[in-house]
Design a protein around this ligand. Sequence first.
Ligand code: KG4
Ligand code: ZN
Length: 341
Amino acid sequence: MGASFLTLGIETSCDDTGVALLEGERKVVASVLSSQVEDHARYGGVIPELASRKHQEVLLSLLDGMLKEAGLGPPHHGKPDLIAVTFGPGLMGSLLVGVMTAKALAQAWDIPLVGVNHIEGHMFANVISDENVAPPFIALVASGGHTEVYHVPRFGTYELLGKTRDDAVGECYDKVAKLLGLPYPGGPTVDRLARDGNPGAFSFPVPLSSSNKVEFSYSGLKTAVLTEIRRHEKSGRPLDIADLCASFQKAAVAALMGKLEIAVKQTGTTRIAVSGGVASNSLLRRLLKSMSNWEVFIPPAELCTDNAAMIAAAGRNRFMRGFTGALDLTPDPSASLSENR
Ligand code: KG4
Ligand code: ZN
């Protein structure tokens, strides 16, 4: 199979509709995204029913535009060699839109279809962005829905070392932003404000810092921030939002770094691939880069957040490992990656 092997990727698991064309293993020919952030912003979070309707509205025209631009589809009659679509985890209604569309296209074009686990997709953002990303490595997937650490001895084998007991780290950023009256999604804004603040101004506990397991918990940290805000309100003293953001960020990121250190000790692997929206975080990036004994990979920002190029890359890899999904592929909102051989 030559480098011109074309994979069409489709991603509709949450609130971004994404389509992409990947040539060979890592050349992104096109990657188009329609974000629903503004639709959900006024509610302060993702509304599932609204998300699936929006995917339905935009997916076909997004696909049509991208394929035309690439000289595929009518009237050119060209077609990709493979379709990769996210089948889970995610929102049921949203996943359905992508999976049903992918099935219809695979049938019409008579090409193979492969279902991709969204988390495996995030890891492949690293593969696209750097040719040196090869197993064995530790993968930290940190986003609005996930905070999970895997040991990846080879592609296709994902040993879950640990995950969050409650909120995801990105979700915690979003909730803290909401408490401060900042717009959704809050991660980028809190990160930006934190740069001008004093991280020592408030002392927030680093979640689960005394446990020697790879595990996370972010709901207590959010409550600690809320308590601090209330205390200030009661006292009538003005709250320095930059200081609060910097102090919160220090604790939130310290938990990620601490658990990565444990994962390195447990596995003896020092190659680390970080992905998901929170991989864009400036403090996390800085601290990761400062670990001179680690080989750290972080994709560029546009590949950190949800996109279809990473789904295409993971799907192509699965296809090469002998997997083809079939027309009986069904969405699985709580798909587990460790059982996804
Ligand atoms: O991967 P992603 O686009 O979607 C999910 O699969 O969840 O991640 C979005 C999440 C949001 O919670 C957002 O607030 C967070 O990533 N995020 C950040 C930053 N940029 C995005 N969190 C902290 N610092 C950032 N710079
Ligand atoms: Zn994601």
